[in-house]
Design a protein around this ligand. Structure first.
Ligand SMILES: Cc1cc2nc3c(=O)[nH]c(=O)nc-3n(C[C@H](O)[C@H](O)[C@H](O)COP(=O)(O)O)c2cc1C
Ligand code: FES
Length: 604
């Protein structure tokens, strides 16, 4: 089998794919177990991982895997807790549900004696973990907590697996009246010893479990919940202290979360911070600041664009993270600049899921998204900028708005933040903000207005190939005062599920934008056309996956380079890999600096 085939087998199923419900069982007063047959997902599933469950036409939600077997049986436990889950509870055996995954990092099992602490439907991933632990011959004690005994989940399943099970209920209808954390304390006080504790349940319960196990020095792993949209590390909606819960979690070692907001605040769909416990003290929503980072000095790669100095010319693309701490991680991983999520005047939660998936099922590395510009609003974005600035690299604030007046208000707040450049997103193809790109007069008015407010901060204008004449539009922006053009934004698309004959994306219009490998060739062509026509620098984005792509974009005229979709398949390591390969190329071809490559294709 070739490496490509081996990698393909390890890849999650990245497109919502219809599966019939094979079996439905009531598992507690709130929860039903759904059984599917999916060899593709089940064979690769590990305890602690999750799948995205698409209820067509309604929403797509992350659900922990409650069981999976090598012959393709896959079980998920769904609690009737909201509109989407309520509608799923009305489904019958034989109905079609979309699944993609498995996603995330699961539990890793250590030692002979493991204690599992479950709260509510947190028992579901622990059931799969208990099964795996028993297969490995471990002794497992399960402590389960719920409001009442009717809500206790999988107690018999745990017993049948050979686990020792104890329960705690708040109303006393089970064996012990009280909290499951009290059971844990009592168990440890009785002298029971464990090599590891695994926990899943409400955040404050898990926080207490971690306090108890920290004082007893027992290594603990916990499975965390945050807002999941893409599910695979693209959008940053699931941020927790700079970690993407869908990719770096959902299972974390307790120590990893110690210097984060875990147990204090989380994020809304918009990315806005909200408290997880009633705490209205000033500063309750602040991060624990990351330590100051100093980027490496890289003579071959250092670049100056619009008067801003970059230690290297590789940044992330806008939209691959809302949180300042994630942007900070990009810089530590090697990015020479960071670009924020596009931020508007008001908070927006974005479209319902599905918001992001791969266009073809396996390793096409081309994606489609309709996030719908979720963002906390410019006034609340200062908290993120504060965190990101600890990275010590230039910060590019991406903004949007659909009228001169709206953009004026955004710019008036933006100018108060310590930013190095603005990027005006004129080109989100699946929102009504795309109107700006289609109306050169409006774009010109907006850029003049922003220019007058943010001077001397440089402004880049981001365009897409969705307009007939990108170079003409870029020239309009240049004339209005833009200092650079960023190209390209995503390419308009409307993926359909052919069995149901409905759009897959949750955007009510069904439209989204393509990104990734499909953009590599077209992006380079647009950059070449812009370089020919413009006096201002061009910033390249679109299908950059390697140093080869950077060099080709540079030869076509780009001076800075933004990496987006490649972060999904390769992760943060992509920044250092591209830089290493770039340096090797420059040395081998006797260039003294990347700047010498810029525009070579035009000069020849
Ligand atoms: C999940 C996702 C969110 C995005 N959000 C934004 C955004 O907020 N602002 C923006 O200007 N572009 C946004 N984009 C477009 C990217 O910045 C980039 O232009 C596009 O993905 C092409 O680059 P890539 O092929 O490297 O992904 C987003 C793209 C994706 C996939
Ligand atoms: S949901 Fe985790 S990065 Fe998008």
């Amino acid at each position: 089998m070739s490496n490509y085939e081996i990698n393909k087998l390890k890849m999650p199923l990245n497109i919502p794919t219809l599966h019939r419900i094979e079996e439905l069982k009531k598992a507690s007063s709130e929860v039903k177990t759904f059984k599917f047959h999916s060899e593709e997902i089940a064979k690769q599933s590990e305890p602690g991982q999750f799948v995205m469950v698409w209820n067509p036409g309604i929403d797509e939600i992350p659900i922990s895997i409650a069981d999976a077997s090598p012959d393709g049986e896959l079980e998920v436990a769904i609690a009737d807790a909201g509109d989407c889950t309520h509608s799923l509870h009305q489904k019958q055996v034989g109905d079609l549900i979309g699944l993609r995954g498995p996603y995330g990092k699961g539990f890793s099992l250590h030692g002979e004696r493991i204690c599992m602490v479950a709260g509510g439907y947190g028992a579901a991933p622990l059931r799969f973990a208990a099964k795996r632990a028993k297969e490995l011959g471990k002794h497992v004690v399960v402590l389960e907590g719920a409001k009442s005994s009717a809500e206790l989940l999988y107690v018999k399943d745990f017993s049948d697996l050979g686990c020792e099970v104890r329960d705690a209920t708040e109303d006393g209808s089970g064996s012990y009246r009280g909290l499951v954390t009290e059971l844990l304390e009592a168990l440890l006080a009785s002298g029971e010893e464990f090599v590891q504790v695994l926990t899943c349940g409400p955040e404050l319960m898990m926080e207490r479990v971690c306090e108890i196990t920290r004082s007893e020095r027992i290594p603990t792993q916990l499975s965390v919940e945050r807002i999941i949209k893409c599910g695979c590390g693209a959008c940053g909606s699931c941020d927790l202290g700079g970690y993407r819960v869908c990719k770096d979690g959902p299972v974390f070692d307790a120590e990893e979360l110690e210097r984060t907001e875990f147990g204090r605040w989380k994020r809304e769909k918009s990315g806005k911070r909200i408290s997880v416990k009633p705490d209205i003290r000033a500063g309750a929503l602040l991060s624990i600041p990351p330590s100051r980072f100093t980027p490496e000095y890289e003579p071959l790669l250092k670049t100056e664009v619009c008067g801003v100095n970059f230690s290297n010319p590789i940044a992330n693309a806008a939209g691959f993270g809302v949180s300042g701490k994630l942007l900070y991680r990009y810089a530590v991983a090697g990015a020479g600049a960071v670009v924020t999520k596009s931020v508007g005047r008001y908070e927006r939660e974005g479209y319902p899921n599905p918001t992001f998936f791969e266009i073809a099922p396996h390793s096409s590395h081309s994606y489609v998204n309709a996030m719908g510009l979720p963002n906390p609003g410019i006034k609340d974005y200062g908290l993120e900028i504060e965190d990101a600035k600890h990275a010590g690299v230039p910060l590019i604030l991406s903004i949007f708005g659909k009228s001169v007046e709206e953009c004026r208000e955004v710019a008036k707040v933006a100018i108060k933040y310590p930013i190095d450049m603005l990027e005006f997103n004129a080109s989100c193809p699946h929102t009504d903000f795309v109107a700006v790109e289609n109306n050169p007069k409006l774009l010109s008015g907006i850029i003049k207005e922003i220019r007058s407010i943010v001077h001397p901060i440089p402004i880049a204008v981001k365009i897409s190939p969705n307009v007939g004449d990108p170079a003409g539009l870029a020239m309009t922006a240049e004339k209005a005062g833009a200092d650079a053009i960023t190209a390209i934004n995503t390419v308009i698309a409307r993926p359909i599920d052919h069995t149901l004959d409905i759009p897959i994306l949750g955007n009510p219009t069904g439209y989204g934008g393509k990104s990734g490998k499909d953009l590599t060739v077209g992006g380079k062509r647009v950059v070449f056309a812009l370089y020919e026509e413009l006096k201002i620098p061009v910033i390249a984005v679109g299908g950059i996956f390697s140093a080869k792509d950077v060099i080709e974009y540079a030869r076509n005229g780009a001076s800075l380079f933004q990496v987006g979709s490649a972060l999904v398949c390769e992760g943060l390591e992509i920044f250092s890999r591209i830089k290493k390969e770039l340096k090797e190329y420059l040395i081998a071809n006797k260039y003294k600096n990347i700047g010498e490559v810029v525009g070579e294709a035009y000069r020849r």
